[in-house]
Design a protein around this ligand. Structure first.
Ligand SMILES: Nc1ncnc2c1ncn2[C@@H]1O[C@H](COP(=O)(O)OP(=O)(O)OP(=O)(O)O)[C@@H](O)[C@H]1O
Length: 513
């Protein structure tokens, strides 16, 4: 039986090295010796996830706990799995107290190092989507199967522990069995940046050029009368968007999985600010504006999976069931046709266009080269690492942000700059009340945060830096808006930042993962 101690040691080894191969070796080593029942919980713990999903334990409860640690390790992975299940089951009156008791009990059996691990795990601090690529490679190695089918199964199921179980217990055959399931979200395909429209057109050949709408990504699943709506990070928001649910139910099909963008339009027909769309995804939000879906892909229709079909087939399917709800776009006959779509999109207040190769399959979870985005302005989505207290007019407010880019090899975000430019009074007030909820520690000037919040930064470019650990720094950065639809695992990577260096290549990001 594998001990919690072994998982903690493997995690520490992964955190201590920047070398991807060493991380893979440490994780694969642990995965190799597991019993069948241990695969799911151990994989979850290694990825910094709670086995079985989240538990509602807040930072305040966790930081108030001071439990004498055990001197020798005794907990197994299955013990932790059972304890987390128990915590999740606590509800009703006195649940706060009972939860604290259960936590006390668990932590009392843990050594000091295990306690630190469990507290960070429960606080969500260990959750590292950035480790996914490394984890998948380790699963492939431990199961002795190629990496590609492991990655595919993960993107289609969205679940690392289940993927590890399929690979380790059933091998290639079980991985091949994993299919898109209506009602279970899959990782959305993403677009990689292109420098210019004509370059993208030349590279992709036969293509469709679509508006890049500045809304929020949605994935809509319908099975009979059942409809589920998910965000880009696969969070379910069905209850928050009744108008999208009703519209999806009215489509003439039995089952479908549709991919698209949602936003609200003002009376003028121009898009309403992105923040308003995102506010609707929150728990208690005003419902004054109507969100409309604009679909751009169909991944399943009436019992047939379309993920591996070429885009033109998927678009035909979409045209059959939702012709009035498609994102505006054309299949251009000339470069001029395509340029006209870009002009129209910008004129209408949208971000730019996405050019997509018509013969390409849907690469779930990948920043594919067959979808290229063209936007006139430079922006990066970065993780907020800390904020400094403001001076003068801003005193009493958390202001200057420390910004980090994602480490594609699963390490903590890498700091690339600071800014307080672009922060409105409203954002300053919001930061000051919100940031303490994510606080890890503070000193006189600075409040440090768990890497959870993602902010979109507009910048003029980047420069080589001797001050910052990634050797690159932002130039003239200003805050555009927060991105509650993103998390640290979907923030831009340090490679994307470096690619913006003068002569740093054609802003092409490495294809992930
Ligand atoms: N026609 C479209 N096709 C695909 N994606 C679209 C389209 N219109 C808008 N989008 C949005 O653009 C996103 C794809 O761009 P990208 O992969 O760069 O994600 P992103 O990092 O959110 O982009 P950005 O930060 O540039 O908005 C999608 O997730 C989707 O939300």
């Amino acid at each position: 039986m594998v001990s919690l101690n072994a998982v903690v040691a493997a995690s520490a080894e992964v955190a201590a090295t920047r070398a991807r191969t060493a991380k893979v070796t440490a994780i694969a080593g642990l995965l190799t010796g597991l019993d069948a029942a241990e695969v799911r919980p151990a994989t979850a713990l290694l990825a910094g996830e709670l086995p079985g999903g989240r538990v509602g334990v807040g930072w305040s409860t966790l930081s108030a706990l001071h439990v004498e640690p055990a001197t020798t390790p005794s907990l197994t992975v299955l013990d932790v799995d059972a304890a987390v299940d128990g915590l999740r089951g606590i509800a009703g009156t006195g649940s706060g107290r009972r939860r604290a008791e259960a936590l006390h009990d668990l932590l009392g059996k843990a050594t000091a190092e295990e306690q630190r691990f469990l507290i960070r795990l429960l606080g969500g601090e260990l959750r590292q989507g950035a480790l996914e690529g490394v984890m998948l490679e380790a699963v492939a190695r431990a199961a002795d199967v190629p990496a590609a089918p492991v990655r595919r199964a993960f993107m289609l199921s969205g679940r690392l522990p289940a993927t590890a179980e399929a690979a380790l217990l059933g091998g290639s055959a079980a991985l091949a069995e994993v299919r898109l399931e209506v009602g279970r979200p899959l990782r959305p395909m993403l677009a990689s940046p292109a420098d210019a429209l004509d370059a993208a057109l030349a590279e992709l050949g036969a293509c469709v050029v679509e508006y890049k709408l500045d809304g929020a990504r949605i994935q809509v699943h319908r099975s009979g009368e059942q409809v589920h709506v998910y965000t880009r990070t696969l969070r379910e928001i069905t209850g928050q968007v009744p108008e999208i649910v009703a519209l999806t139910r009215s489509l003439t099909c039995d089952s479908a999985v549709l991919d698209g963008e949602t936003l609200a339009l003002a009376d003028s027909g121009r898009p309403r600010p992105f923040q308003e769309t995102m506010a609707r995804f929150g728990a208690q939000s005003p419902r004054d504006e109507v969100l409309r879906p604009y679909f751009f892909d169909c991944l399943h229709l009436d019992g047939t999976d379309l993920v591996d079909e070429p885009l033109h087939r998927r678009l035909d399917a979409l045209a059959r069931i939702a012709p009035e709800h498609r994102v505006p776009g054309v299949r251009p006959h000339s470069d001029a046709d395509a340029a006209a779509v870009l002009d129209d999109a910008l004129d209408a207040g949208h971000e730019g266009v996405v050019v997509k190769a018509l013969d390409s399959p849907y690469a779930a979870g990948r920043r594919g080269r067959t979808w290229r985005k063209i936007k006139p302005s430079h922006t990066l989505d970065l993780v907020v690492l800390a904020a400094e207290w403001g001076h003068g007019r801003r005193s009493g407010h958390l202001s200057n942000l420390h910004l980090g880019a994602r480490d594609p090899d699963g390490g903590p975000p890498i700091m690339v700059g600071k800014t307080f430019k672009g922060l409105t009074d409203e954002l300053l007030t919001w930061q000051t009340s919100e940031f303490p909820r994510h606080e890890t520690h503070r000193d006189d000037w600075t409040v440090h945060l768990a890497p959870e919040l993602v902010v979109e930064i507009e910048l003029d470019g980047v420069q080589v830096s001797t001050r910052y650990p990634g050797a690159v720094a932002l130039r003239f950065a200003r805050v555009l808006r927060y991105r509650p639809d993103k998390d640290a695992a979907t923030a831009d990577t340090i490679e994307a930042v470096r690619a913006m260096l003068p002569g740093g290549g054609a802003r092409d990001e490495k294809v992930e993962p």
